[in-house]
Structures are given as structure tokens and as C-alpha cells.
Design a protein around this ligand. Structure first.
Ligand SMILES: *[C@@H]1O[C@H](CO)[C@@H](O)[C@H](O)[C@H]1NC(C)=O
Ligand SMILES: *[C@@H]1O[C@H](CO)[C@@H](O)[C@H](O)[C@H]1NC(C)=O
Ligand SMILES: *[C@@H]1O[C@H](CO)[C@@H](O)[C@H](O)[C@H]1NC(C)=O
Ligand SMILES: *[C@@H]1O[C@H](CO)[C@@H](O)[C@H](O)[C@H]1NC(C)=O
Length: 397
């Protein structure tokens, strides 16, 4: 029983082994077959990828060729004389940012940079044109150059839409020469064939896509074309010469700035609303700004010669505060001469300086003493800046 059983077990085992071997062979054959098929599939895939890579490279090369050709064509067109190429006479330079400045109107905006150290502005970059990373490294400099557009010039439309009849004047009246004329390129008049301004400002802080600047001579809303770091080792020229007429500085300072009794309370009343949008910490700091701005005689030449209340005129935004030729001319033609004769006693004229949308009214007496009367909210207050003092508090001193 046990012998026959062991024989049959051995037979069974042999059969099992044979079957197992057979099935192993079958599996190997099948695996080899599958492997071969996979290999073939991969090979054809590689061939396919190779050919698509080749066609991509060809496409890239031809695109590159096309780009180079287009660039060459553009360069050629740009360097061709204007007469042969009447269509391509401008370069597509679109502003990259906008200035939100304490100077709401041109009147009071300093004539040169750094004259008013407390003059603050936020330069807000358009993030769809310049990513915030472009500002990386700028905060390491104390000052920067700003290239901008004189967007409030009254002659812009004529200059741009009808350049041939713009009547562009080669000479401008210079305030320091009491109206004497100089060639436009011998001055920094805003009325230039290309109304582009260049200024320098202190970099107080950089945050995201915004720079906080101080010492600015830029009016609110100024479009900015470029910003570059100020490099004292090459930008500052120790022995640079200027004409004598620029050395006589006394023309533009006032004798003193004082505040009337009611000033403080009128400012505090306005401050309740103004604080939320102000770049200044307190009414006291705002008052310091007023003092610094009015320490200069900000009136135009014609205002100084014939004191008159510019503010009462409808065209106030157009006329407020320009000393150069084009606006002097406007003064002549738009003002009511009778009124001017009535107001020759300068002490009676009230001037209005708009800072951060607040209307600061003041008088100036015959001896050049400024008396600041009061502050009120300006009816046309367009200022709606979200970059107020709180945004910058930790970055200022
Ligand atoms: C130039 O502009 C005029 C119209 O402004 C147009 O008809 C003409 O096709 C343009 N020429 C070229 C070379 O683009
Ligand atoms: C920012 O730039 C984009 C694209 O150039 C433009 O469409 C948009 O009007 C600009 N925004 C401002 C606030 O200027
Ligand atoms: C100008 O007006 C002030 C105050 O109204 C007056 O005190 C002064 O005498 C006047 N001066 C002249 C030259 O009329
Ligand atoms: C000022 O901005 C706020 C929010 O940023 C907005 O709700 C308000 O309408 C704006 N006011 C004006 C006058 O534009």
C-alpha cells in the first residue's frame, strides 16, 4: 500500500514538474513575445519623437530666422530718413508707472528736485508691465533718477496731434531772468519738443510694486517712463559750470512763513478725513510740509508782477503755476484785466496751494512775508490713495 502509493506520488511529482516546466516555457515565450512587441512600440515611438523633434527644431530655426529678419527690417526702417518712411516716426514707449504725489496741482510743485525735503510721493508701477521683481536692488541706493512725461502741459495736444502747426517756440521766457528769453535747451522748461522730464529723488523705501520717494518735484498723476539708480561717482560733477543768471537765487525765497491763529484748528478739522490718505504722520508734519513748500515763492512771474487770484478762474488746473513761456502767454489772454487792476495790493490776494487734496490758503505781503490762513478740503479732491502713512510707518526712520 505504502510502496504503490510512493510510486504513484513520484509519478505525480514528475508530471507536475513536467507541467510546471512546460508552463514556465510557455510563460517565457509569451513574455519574450510581449517584450518584443513593447520594444517595437518603443522604437516606433522614438522614431516618431525624433521626427517631431526635428520638425520642431526646423520650426524654431525658421522662427528665429523670421524674428531676426523682422528685427533687421525694423532697425532698417527706424534708421531710414523720415521722408522715406512717414509711418514709423515714433517709438512705442508706454509709461510703466504713475506718481501719487502730495502736489495735487502744478501750482506749488517745486521747480527743481530736493528743494522740499518733505515732498513725498508714491511711484506705483503697473504690474502688468513691470513685475515687482524689477525693483529688486533699488532700495540699496539713496537716490534715483526718474524720467517722466510733462502730462499737464497745455500745449500737448497741439504738439502731438498737429506737430507741423504746433508753433513750437525755440526760446522760452525764463523766470529768473524776469521774463528774459533763452533757447529751450538752455533751460529746463517743460515746454520742449519732446515733453520729457528728468528729475532725481530720495528713495525712502520699496514695497512690492511701489517706491516711496521724497524731495520730489512731481505733480500728482505724472506718468513715469523709467527709473535708474543715482550713481554719485559719475553723476555728480564737482566743477560743473552754470550761467551767472542761475547763481542769483534770492528771487525765489520768501522772507518768512507764519501761520494765522485759526490755522491749527482748521487743519485739525480737515485731518479727520485727510489722515486716511495722507503720507504724513500728523497735522504737525503736514504743517512742516506747508512751511517747506511756501519757503519758496511759488508764484509765476505774472502773478508776482500783477498779483491776482488765479484760483477763482474756471481754468484753474490749466493755469495753476507755470512760470514758462506758454502759460505766461495764456495768462495774458485769459485774465480779466479789470480784475487785475483792482487787486494790485498783493496783501489782499489770497493764494491757494493744494497739498494732498487739502486747500491751503495764504497771503504774501509787500515785504515777502507769507501768512498761511487756513486749510479746507478741496472740492475737486480726486486723491484716493491707498498708500498712506500707515503703509510706510515702519520704513520711515
Ligand atoms: C502708411 O500709412 C498709410 C496711412 O496712414 C497707409 O495707407 C500705408 O499703407 C502705410 N504704409 C506702410 C508701408 O505701412
Ligand atoms: C497697465 O498696463 C496695461 C498693459 O499695458 C494697461 O492695459 C493698463 O491700462 C495699465 N494700467 C494702468 C493703471 O495704467
Ligand atoms: C494793502 O492792503 C493792506 C491791508 O488791506 C493795507 O494795510 C496796506 O496799506 C495796503 N497797501 C497799499 C500800498 O495800498
Ligand atoms: C476710493 O477707494 C475706495 C476703495 O479703494 C472706493 O470704495 C471709493 O469709491 C474710492 N473713492 C473715489 C472717490 O474714487
Amino acid at each position: 500500500m505504502s510502496g504503490s502509493s510512493s510510486i504513484s506520488e513520484a509519478r505525480w511529482l514528475a508530471v507536475t514538474i513536467t507541467l510546471t516546466t512546460l508552463s514556465a516555457i510557455t510563460i517565457s515565450v509569451a513574455a519574450a513575445y510581449i517584450f518584443k512587441r513593447k520594444c517595437n512600440a518603443l522604437k516606433s515611438k522614438i522614431t516618431e519623437l525624433e521626427s517631431s523633434l526635428n520638425s520642431c527644431s526646423d520650426k524654431c530655426a525658421s522662427e528665429r530666422q523670421g524674428r531676426i529678419r523682422a528685427q533687421q527690417l525694423l532697425r532698417k526702417q527706424l534708421t531710414q530718413p523720415k521722408s522715406q518712411n512717414p509711418n514709423l516716426t515714433c517709438y512705442p514707449m508706454i509709461p510703466i508707472g504713475t506718481v501719487h504725489s502730495c502736489f495735487s496741482t502744478r501750482y506749488g510743485t517745486p521747480r527743481q528736485p530736493l528743494l522740499v525735503p518733505l515732498a513725498r510721493a508714491c511711484l506705483v508701477f503697473n504690474t502688468s508691465r513691470v513685475p515687482p521683481a524689477s525693483l529688486e536692488g533699488l532700495a540699496d541706493y539713496s537716490h534715483c533718477w526718474i524720467i517722466y512725461v510733462f502730462h499737464l502741459n497745455t500745449d500737448l495736444e497741439k504738439l502731438w496731434k498737429h506737430p507741423s502747426q504746433s508753433g513750437f517756440k525755440a526760446k522760452v521766457r525764463v523766470p529768473r531772468l524776469k521774463g528774459g528769453r533763452k533757447g529751450v535747451f538752455g533751460t529746463r522748461s517743460p515746454h520742449r519738443p519732446c515733453p520729457i522730464g528728468l528729475t532725481v529723488a530720495k528713495v525712502e523705501a520699496v514695497q512690492g510694486n511701489v517706491i516711496l520717494l521724497s524731495g520730489v518735484d512731481l505733480v500728482d498723476g505724472t506718468p513715469v517712463l523709467d527709473v535708474k539708480p543715482y550713481l554719485p561717482y559719475c553723476d555728480s560733477i564737482q566743477d560743473a559750470a552754470v550761467p551767472n543768471w542761475l547763481m542769483e537765487d534770492n528771487l525765489f525765497t520768501v522772507a518768512s512763513v507764519s501761520f494765522s491763529e485759526g490755522f491749527t484748528s482748521s487743519l485739525e478739522n480737515c485731518w479727520i478725513m485727510a489722515e486716511k490718505k495722507s503720507l504724513y504722520a500728523s497735522p504737525g508734519e503736514f504743517q512742516s510740509l506747508v512751511t517747506q513748500v511756501l519757503a519758496w515763492d511759488i508764484r509765476s512771474l505774472s502773478q508776482r508782477n500783477r498779483p491776482h487770484d488765479v484760483f477763482m478762474k474756471k481754468e484753474k488746473d490749466q493755469l495753476l503755476g507755470d512760470t514758462y513761456d506758454v502759460d505766461e502767454h495764456l495768462d495774458e489772454t485769459t485774465f480779466d484785466h479789470k480784475r487785475e487792476q483792482d487787486s494790485l495790493n498783493s496783501t489782499e490776494v489770497i493764494y491757494h496751494l493744494i497739498l494732498e487734496g487739502l486747500d491751503v490758503s495764504y497771503r504774501i505781503d509787500q515785504d515777502g512775508n507769507v501768512i498761511v490762513e487756513k486749510v479746507s478740503t478741496f472740492a475737486d479732491n480726486k486723491l484716493n490713495s491707498s498708500y498712506n502713512y500707515l503703509t510706510w510707518k515702519d520704513k520711515l526712520r
